[in-house]
Write a protein that binds this ligand. Structure first.
Ligand SMILES: *Cc1c(COP(=O)(O)O)cnc(C)c1O
Length: 364
């Protein structure tokens, strides 16, 4: 098959067509270089320019203050689950605090226990992760090394709509599945991280935005390849970084600034897409049952169930015939999950909503 489908995969996920086209055009030879991005040294002038542009574009898009570093790491967000407590908790005598709002938050919290004392300050597990806390519900410990949240729980489809205020405690945020989907007040965060393969590029590169004062907290026992300060000192190049991943990420930042017109526009677009799908869900008279409680619904991952497993199977098979693909929910929660990241075109959301209405009419 060479025709593109509407790809609702949770990650790796859909990328903007103009970005793929440019990568394709430049695959044999980067302009002015004569070799592919896949073939050039990470120390070459051409790659250093790509790396610098990726960082500069990201700084403009998010309005990142000067006292923050931008790092491009490997190992995915799962490695950040470990690096964060290694750098900020180990030997500190403090407690790492976690808001656990879904499957990813659970895993992040567990990793902290290997480095020191961890406390879950709020958990949504009792209601199967269908809601989020109000900040007044989250108790603050006096000995917190940091407070960790997951801005969007990819599997359950619950999302914080605003940047929380954690006071003096550094706020650490796993933004893997909603990075760059809206403007963010970076000043609220001590450290914000995202693997690229959900909303910002291919697998293999993870973006970390970290405030300078958190860089020197790592004890000597943290190896340099796991140490934020060491990466900051070497401009993310202690070893060979994911050059191709950084290149595609850079093209995506250009697309966000150019074609889209910035993150306010991106948010408008994402809201409009999500509304199309949630409206189809809400108008079905209970045929589709959304997983997330309404105020916490994700703009990125729409999760819902149908009346039975059998009807779900038929929904998925029919969707594929309409070129609406990868809609199966995560194995841990089942049901349907439509991931409608930045790069999902409006037309994809519109066709999915139309299919949902039609399917409900014929099967309801
Ligand atoms: C996908 C995902 C992860 C894990 O990312 P990897 O890069 O595969 O390690 C962590 N957190 C969230 C919120 C995710 O969506």
């Amino acid at each position: 098959m060479t025709e593109r489908v509407y790809n609702f995969s949770p990650g790796p996920a859909v990328l903007p067509v103009p970005v793929l086209e440019q990568a394709q055009r430049e695959m044999l030879a980067l302009p002015g270089v004569g070799s592919s991005i896949l073939e050039i040294s990470h120390r070459s002038k051409a790659f250093l320019e790509i790396l610098a542009e990726a960082e500069a574009n990201l700084r403009r898009l998010l309005g990142i203050p000067a006292n923050y570093k931008v790092l491009f790491l490997q190992g995915g967000s799962r490695l950040q689950f470990s690096m964060i407590p290694m750098n900020l908790l180990r030997d500190s005598g403090k407690t790492a605090e976690y808001v656990v709002s879904g499957s990813w938050g659970e895993k992040a919290a567990e990793e902290a226990t290997y480095e020191g004392e961890m406390r879950v300050v709020w958990s949504g597990k009792a209601t199967n992760y269908d809601r989020l806390p109000a900040w007044s519900e989250v108790p603050r410990g006096p000995r917190a090394a940091y407070l960790h949240i997951t801005s969007n729980e990819t599997i359950q489809g619950v999302q914080f709509a605003a940047d929380p205020d954690s006071g003096d405690v550094p706020l650490v945020c796993d933004a893997s599945s909603d990075f760059l989907h809206r403007p963010v007040d970076i000043g609220r965060y001590g450290l914000l991280y995202a693997c690229a393969q959900k909303n910002a590029g291919p697998a293999g590169v993870t973006i970390v935005v970290v405030r300078d004062d958190l860089l020197d907290r790592a004890p000597k026992s943290v190896p340099s390849m796991l140490n934020y300060a060491a990466y900051a000192k070497e401009n993310s190049m202690q070893n060979t970084p994911n050059t191709f991943g950084i290149y595609v990420f850079m093209l995506i930042t250009r697309w966000l600034e150019g074609e889209i017109g910035g993150l306010n526009k991106m948010l408008e677009f994402n809201r409009a897409k999500a509304k199309l799908v949630y409206d189809a869900l809400d108008e079905s008279g209970g045929f589709y049952r959304g997983h997330a409680q309404r105020p916490f619904r994700s703009l990125m991952n729409v999760t819902f169930r149908l009346p039975s497993d059998d009807v779900e199977k038929r929904f998925l098979a029919g969707a594929t015939e309409h070129k609406l693909c990868e809609l199966k929910g995560h194995r841990s929660v089942g049901g349907i999950r439509a991931s409608i990241y930045n790069a999902m075109p409006m037309e994809g959301a519109r066709l999915l909503a139309e299919y949902m209405r039609d399917f409900a009419r014929r099967n309801g």
